[in-house]
Each structure stands twice: as C-alpha cells, then as structure tokens.
Design a protein around this ligand. Structure first.
Ligand code: SF4
Ligand code: SF4
Length: 284
C-alpha cells in the first residue's frame, strides 16, 4: 500500500476540480448489484477504484422542473457539464497513473449503458459507497453527507496499490424518511425493502425516460412493469399508443439522454438540508 501515491492521487483529483474523492478496494466490487460489470474485466489485476464526485450547483435542482425547456436547459445541461468534467478528470488521472507504471482505466460517468439491462459499465454509486463517499440510500442513489444525492460520480480502476477508505458511511447518511419514496411519481422505490431490492427499474424508466411526463399516466401499465429484462423491450408497443414519446426520442437522439424525472434527487432530505445550510452560511 503506498501512502505517498494515495495522497498524491487524492490531491491531484481535488486540484483538477473534484469536490470529494475516496479509494475503494476493487476486490470488494466483484459481485455488484443489478448485473453491473466487475473491475477485473476492466483492469485484469485491479486493486483499487478511485471514486470522485462533483456536486450540482444547488440552483440546478431548484429550477421549475415542470417546464421542459427550463429543466432541459438547466438540470439536464448541468448533468452533462458535470459528466464532461468527470471524464476529463478520469482521463488525466489514468494517464498520470500509467506514467507511474500502473494500469488505469477511467469509467464513463453516464453513457453508454446496456439499454436492455439499463446498466452502465460498473455501478458508480456502489463504488462510491465502497470508497467511503456516502451511502446508497433508500432512493438507490449515492447519498453523501455534504450534498445528499445531488452529485455525479466518476471513477478510475487501477492496479495501483492505494490505501482504501472503505465503506465507512453505511447506516450513517440516509435518514430513512421515505421522502424519495413519497415523491416518486411511478412508485419505483418502496419503503418496504432495502436497496437494491426496493427499486423497480421498469417503473423508474416510466419516470426518468419521460413516459409519465409525456403521457400524463402516472401508473405504468402492468406488462411494462413486468417486462424482462427491462421495459426497453416493449417500447415499440407503447410508442404506437403514445405518439408524444416520439418527441422525447427525437430529443434523445439529437441531444443524448434526457432524464425527465429527478424527483428522488431533488427532494432527498439530506440534500435539501445540506443546501439550506450552505444558504444560511452564505447569508450569515
Ligand atoms: S428518477 Fe423519478 S422515477 Fe426514477 S426513482 Fe427517482 S423519482 Fe422515481
Ligand atoms: S429522501 Fe430520505 S429515505 Fe430517501 S434517500 Fe434521502 S434521506 Fe434516505
């Protein structure tokens, strides 16, 4: 374990603009939830995952999300900006580690994803939890003490022997207030079970992919909820039934993924309280 290299890596990531960084033991990410990939397919002898976050400006979460143009021109645009920054940091970090003699590969913060299973290359929120940055809360989002879930996450997998921070925030961040459950329009998260088993990906797709918003139908149809591996496979059927979805797909094709629901992120009690504290500090 190199203490000196660990410090250097963390200092660089913060210097390059990240808000927080942690080191996860890559071997702990061998069997991630939801069929995500594992680190050894990325770096054969992976030892560590360097995980870092960038926080949304609070204003981007507090705009009028019911207005498509405002939502797309602020929250969605900021999400893309944060992901671009995370990619930039990841590439610089991987190149730095290579120069020190290690293998290192950055992960894409958002896209591409396996459209059928709706998973990315690895679960970044899970890595974030393993690296001590926060806890996967009832919302299934990574909830940090500083910003709640109002963050985007990046990671680099490496065989560099870094000192891990460990999953030190489990049971310490999420308040189990169920505000996220209450606010989720298509009931994608439940209070009855624990993450990841309380999250219904098909119901979330009805929200985040705009089906709820564009059709005004809050409850997804039964065959949508029950479709396997995910509701992606029956989209053609519902495209015919709800022509307004075509509009969303055209945007998506031109502009990339547009998450049309972020209610669990906006209303998380931890994120709201943290933003209030920042505001109070500024006006003091
Ligand atoms: S993004 Fe929307 S639909 Fe998905 S879990 Fe969050 S609140 Fe529910
Ligand atoms: S809204 Fe409450 S229950 Fe949901 S993730 Fe945030 S703190 Fe946890």
């Amino acid at each position: 374990m190199s203490e000196e290299l660990t410090k250097k890596v963390k200092d660089l990531v913060l210097e390059w603009g990240a808000d927080k960084v942690g080191i996860a033991d890559a071997t702990l990410a061998e069997d991630p939830p939801h069929g995500h990939g594992e680190p050894f397919k990325i770096v054969k002898s992976a030892k560590s995952a360097i995980v870092y976050v960038l926080a949304y400006p609070d204003g981007a979460l507090e705009v009028d999300h019911t207005d498509d143009l405002i939502h797309g021109g602020t929250f969605v645009a900021v999400q893309k900006m944060l992901n671009d920054e995370l990619e930039r940091i990841g590439l610089k970090l991987a190149r730095y580690l290579e120069k020190q003699g290690y293998d290192a590969t950055p992960l894409a913060p958002e896209l591409p994803r396996d459209e059928k299973r709706w998973t990315g290359v690895m679960s970044l929120r899970y890595l974030g939890q393993l690296g001590g940055l926060g806890e996967v809360g009832q919302s299934n989002l990574l909830v940090t003490p500083e910003w709640g879930p109002r963050i985007q996450i990046g990671a680099v997998i490496t065989d560099a022997p870094l000192q891990e921070d460990g999953p030190v925030l489990i049971d310490k961040v999420c308040k189990h207030c169920n505000k996220c459950v209450e606010k989720c329009p298509p009931r994608a998260i439940s209070a009855e079970n624990y993450p990841p088993y309380n999250y219904n990906i098909n119901r979330c797709m009805w929200g985040v992919n705009g089906w709820y918003r564009l059709t005004k139908v809050e409850e997804p149809p039964r065959d949508w909820v029950e479709a396997r591996p995910t509701a992606q496979i029956i989209i053609p059927k519902y495209e015919r039934q709800y022509p307004q979805i075509k509009e969303y797909q055209d945007w998506e094709q031109r502009l990339g993924f547009i998450p049309l629901c972020c209610e669990c992120m906006i209303h998380c009690t931890v994120g709201v309280k943290a933003a209030e504290k920042r505001r109070a500090k500024k006006s003091a």
